[in-house]
Design a binder for this molecule. Sequence first.
Ligand SMILES: Nc1ncnc2c1ncn2[C@@H]1O[C@H](COP(=O)(O)OP(=O)(O)OP(=O)(O)O)[C@@H](O)[C@H]1O
Length: 306
Amino acid sequence: MQPDISVKHLSKVYGDGFQALKDINLDIRRGEIFALLGPNGAGKTTLISIICGIVNASSGQVTAAGYDIVKDYRKARETIGLVPQELNTDSFETVWNAVSFSRGLFGKAPKPAHIEKVLKDLSLWDKRNNRIMSLSGGMKRRLMIAKALSHEPQILFLDEPTAGVDVELRRDMWEMVRKLREHGVTIILTTHYIEEAEEMADRIGVIRGGEIILVEDKAQLMTKLGKKELRLQLQHKLDKVPGELTLEPIELSEDGYELIYTFDSQREQAGVTRLLRTLGDLGIEYRDLQTRESSLEEIFVGLVHE
Ligand SMILES: Nc1ncnc2c1ncn2[C@@H]1O[C@H](COP(=O)(O)OP(=O)(O)OP(=O)(O)O)[C@@H](O)[C@H]1O
């Protein structure tokens, strides 16, 4: 299947000579949720802005739903909805008018039934006649999404969709994004909340210093790079890790009451069996044990600081 977005050999050098993107190659599949992660200044906004036609590329090629974003700009842009970080609409306007106007900007004929559906899906229907300035922060966020969906785009970009949003609204937004995906919309989101990517994404791309350093299925990323940790709470205090165990990646907690063994998720658990057997041989008793997998956040921090 043809990807919904195809980025080939894309580079961007800003006017001051700064190279923000270096030979980016990336395919986004139709109907997936793709999370683009990267530290501040990595180039996420630059990449999204180029795909959305807001910033010009220095070299390379991008297509959206098969349309070249330069040669077929209008058609490409029509397939894309962009939810920016901040709302820029006349605050005296009503919700209904703001969303209808957004649709008009794409030269699409009015379709009140669609606007009604979008507003209802986003729980903004009751507020349709309210002026924007009377909306709460969370409602304004939803309005930005409604505006982006007004022209029925196939692809939706969400730039930091839940920055500064409370936990409840964040959950609501995740639910809503999932619903959009169920309806076949391709979703690309940038986020600083790794938890958000872990919760939502089908695939994850990591960008650092203007380069894509990794693109992977989330589940595979978690098993490939993830580590597991086994913690054993000991009956009796130890002063140091017993000599028989020093070849293993094992540590003793500061209070001497816990042994912490770290191993690759991918590898079989032979090490755990060996460890437990050795402890038995040494007569070291434990009260309890827990295992824990590393979160995407830990994996991510490891990646960007390599
Ligand atoms: N108009 C510009 N002129 C010169 N340099 C720019 C311009 N816009 C962005 N940059 C630089 O390009 C790099 C990438 O910026 P970009 O905004 O794409 O990063 P980002 O990954 O979106 O960061 P953040 O997470 O902080 O939003 C940064 O070093 C930034 O200073």
